[in-house]
Design a protein around this ligand. Structure first.
Ligand SMILES: [Zn+2]
Length: 588
């Protein structure tokens, strides 16, 4: 019999705890304490309330919870003494049918892990889609997590326990994140297309206008038609544009979307999530035979990552009339110009200026994107409302001192270029941290022709500084460049600093941000606001119309631009629900 929220809300604490028996392994205290959060507004609310009890419990209670779990493919599995839930999960992941070699490998990992951390390895073996991870994936994850810092690993174990609980709750409530599953599956299927050289390695790389890229455009356009979009086209730069018409002709459109190109060896969700979430919403409208007073235009942007050519945001740039004709003459590493690539793809270069959108025909722009950072994952919060896309500046710099003998030059007579940059690096770290939400990085630091016995005479380095507002960014840049000058002067060195990039911050439009906030709140999950550290298509569209973004939590510390990028179909379902809620708000 499936459980309902109403039952939980009406039961006394002892009954409710009994109803949630088995969700957290051998730990009824969690369900009991979570009942203080009643009335429960949604299943997502219940999941979060339970996770909060664990996350705010003391360290020894957390450890007891972790230790209450059986080892993977361990003694309990062999002797059939697992809880019913654990047996189900381990068999779904195929762990009950290990080869002797696999079994031996897992036993060794169990022993190494236990010795390092003092608790059993916990992995939600039913995985982000709920259907079960492969054995190899389990073994790889196990091996990888052995290298984590112990504090981090304990938190990661708890996050896996929350995920296990989430899936157990879904089973208990008879809930299936059906739309989230579809979104997850679309991404999985799109990831089958990958550039040559990467396909062989099982890696995902889709760069502008390659065969794989054009195959992705075809797939997306077919799916859009299947979903019931009225018009679908691949435009002059390769964007896939789907339009679902408004109830009455002449109605404005809501613009949304994200990119389908990827970085080299990237993840499956970066960009694509923001295409498939609104696609699922349009399909639901079409299924219900429903028209809204406004239309929905979903754009799968052809290019955002700047991998094949140095033309980042090419897809969204074209929509605001920011396509630079000199880009057409850029060569890729094989010597193919962008113009040739576009002609080969059958794109009508002459039509690019026509792609520019008239903001008067649109309500605004919204974009869903995977967070690409660790914040939501660490807080156990599924969705984040973006307050601003950080503005940034980049500099390419050189510190010039005097190369001299490492043995004969006394410490007080040196002109060490690398040490000067090291001093700056520590300042950069401290100065950015002082703002709370600024970030600054020296990502490149190089002593050209350096030797083990020579004091560095030159040091090449980079500066990347970002902040949610332009004044905050400008103040950060001013302080860092000021410090650079002060360090160089005091140490008797000189420097060059050349600006390589400057992008304005794109604060969310308050009314549109509020719509996302209303949507998140309506789902019963905590409202969390955050700036975006990464650039997104929304920052381009920002130049012509109001915009606001929604972030979805990533797994594995939110890692992105990496094959480990991942998120669950439950979180994708919440994103679909939030998007649907925004549509309802606009309808009302
Ligand atoms: Zn992206």
């Amino acid at each position: 019999m499936t459980l309902t929220l109403q039952q939980l809300n009406q039961a006394d604490v002892a009954e409710a705890t009994q109803l949630l028996d088995g969700i957290y392994e051998h730990s009824p205290w969690i369900a009991a304490a979570a009942m203080a959060a009643r009335p429960l507004r949604s299943l997502a609310h219940l999941k979060h309330a339970l996770a909060q009890v664990v996350n705010t419990a003391n360290a020894s209670a957390q450890l007891d919870l972790i230790r209450a779990h059986p080892e993977l493919a361990g003694k309990a599995m062999v002797s059939n003494t697992l809880t019913a839930e654990s047996t189900h999960e381990q068999s779904k992941a195929g762990l009950t049918q290990c080869t002797p070699e696999e079994f031996a490998r897992i036993q060794q990992l169990n022993a190494d892990y236990n010795q390092r951390f003092g608790f059993p390895f916990i992995l939600a073996v039913r995985g982000p889609r709920g259907t079960g991870l492969g054995k190899q994936e389990i073994i790889d994850t196990f091996a990888r997590r052995l290298f984590n810092h112990p504090d981090f690993e304990r938190a990661e174990a708890l996050r896996n326990i929350h995920r296990i609980a989430e899936i157990r709750l879904n089973d208990k409530f008879g809930f299936e994140p059906a739309l989230g599953n579809d979104v997850w599956d679309w991404q999985e299927r799109l990831a089958q297309h990958t550039d040559p050289g990467y396909a062989e390695l099982g890696q995902l790389t889709v760069t502008y206008l390659t065969d794989a890229h054009r195959a992705c455009a075809q797939r997306i356009s077919h799916w859009m038609r299947d979903c019931g979009f009225d018009e679908v086209e691949i435009d002059a730069v390769g964007n896939v544009v789907g339009r679902y018409r408004p109830a009455q002709e002449g109605g404005k459109y809501l613009l949304t979307g994200s990119h389908y190109d990827t970085v080299r060896n990237g993840g499956k969700y970066d960009g694509r999530l923001g295409i498939f979430v609104p696609m699922a919403c349009v399909r639901e409208l079409h299924r219900q035979n429903k028209r809204l007073p406004f239309g929905i235009e979903v754009v799968a942007f052809a290019e955002e990552e700047g991998q094949r050519y140095k033309a980042t945001f090419l897809g969204s740039g074209a929509l605001i009339g920011d396509f630079k004709s000199e880009w057409l003459d850029q060569h890729d590493t094989d010597g193919i110009t962008m113009r040739e690539a576009m002609q080969h793809a059958g794109l009508c270069i002459d039509d690019i200026p026509k792609l520019k959108r008239d903001a008067a025909h649109y309500l605004g722009f919204i974009e869903v994107h995977i967070e690409q950072g660790p914040v939501l994952n660490e807080l156990d919060i599924p969705l984040g409302v973006v307050t601003s896309i950080n503005g940034g500046q980049r500099y390419v710099c050189e510190m010039i001192g005097m190369a001299s003998h490492a043995g004969t030059t006394p410490m007080d007579r040196r002109r060490d270029a690398a040490n000067a940059v090291a001093e700056l690096a520590l300042y950069v770290e401290q100065r950015a941290a002082q703002d709370g939400d600024s970030v600054a990085t020296i990502g490149q630091l190089h002593v050209p022709n350096g030797s083990i016995n020579v004091v560095p005479g030159r040091c090449l380095f980079s500066l990347d500084m970002r902040a949610p507002t332009d004044p905050q960014r400008d103040a950060l840049v001013k302080d860092v460049l000021g410090k650079l000058e002060e360090i160089a002067q005091r140490r008797g060195l000189h420097f060059k600093a050349e600006q390589a990039m400057s992008a304005a911050a794109a604060p969310s439009d308050p009314a549109w941000q509020k719509r996302w906030e209303n949507a998140v709140d309506a789902l019963g999950v905590p409202l969390f606001r955050m700036p975006s550290g990464a650039g997104h298509d929304a920052m381009k569209i920002h130049e012509i119309m109001p915009q606001a973004m929604l972030f979805v939590r990533g797994l594995n510390s939110g890692i992105s631009h990496n094959p480990l990028e991942s998120t669950t179909s439950d979180d994708m379902q919440l994103a679909v629900d939030a998007f649907t809620h925004v549509l309802h708000q606009l309808d009302a």
